[in-house]
Design a protein around this ligand. Sequence first.
Ligand code: ATP
Ligand code: MG
Length: 173
Amino acid sequence: MGLIHLYCGDGKGKTTAAFGLALRAQGADFRVVIAQFLKTEPTGEVTALRNLPRVTLLRAERRFGFTWTLSPEEQQALRREQNALFSRAIAACPQEGPVLLVLDEVVGTDRYGYLDPAPLRTFLRAVPENVEVVLTGRDPAPDILELADYVTEMKKIRHPFDRGIPARDGIEQ
Ligand code: ATP
Ligand code: MG
């Protein structure tokens, strides 16, 4: 039975929890498909997963700046890329055998309008039986939260960023 997991909230650990589950599923012979929305920077997980069998990691390759610096045309191009990434991720899931599908940062991409709302919701309302889905991102739209079977909020108690420590390789990225 395919269920939906949601890792949300303002604390650290959403993406790393999703990749932890991906590792567990891969070890149990699942096919793992991971789509990383909005991310183009190199990260440790991309390098780590490159040589792991049964894992497909998908991203949009073109780099855009911070979303608030983009022109309307660039925003439209970004939207097209994120929609294409969603379609590629769904298409990459085999129709048979256990699959873990991680849609990393899809929550923010949806929340801020960089993904068409309908295809995501249509998919989540009728997830194929062989697919377990993981969604991550800070602030889910209420109907997305409602669709999830597991909802886990990472709550920030303290984070070194608040005292000026920037993202560190291997820890934050
Ligand atoms: P991680 O990838 O480390 O598991 P995350 O997925 O929970 O973090 P995101 O909201 O995706 O967090 O954050 C993107 C980046 O910001 C990551 O480098 C993450 O470690 C870092 N981060 C997470 N929470 C906070 C926070 N409360 N304040 C500052 N930076 C944060
Ligand atoms: Mg994340």
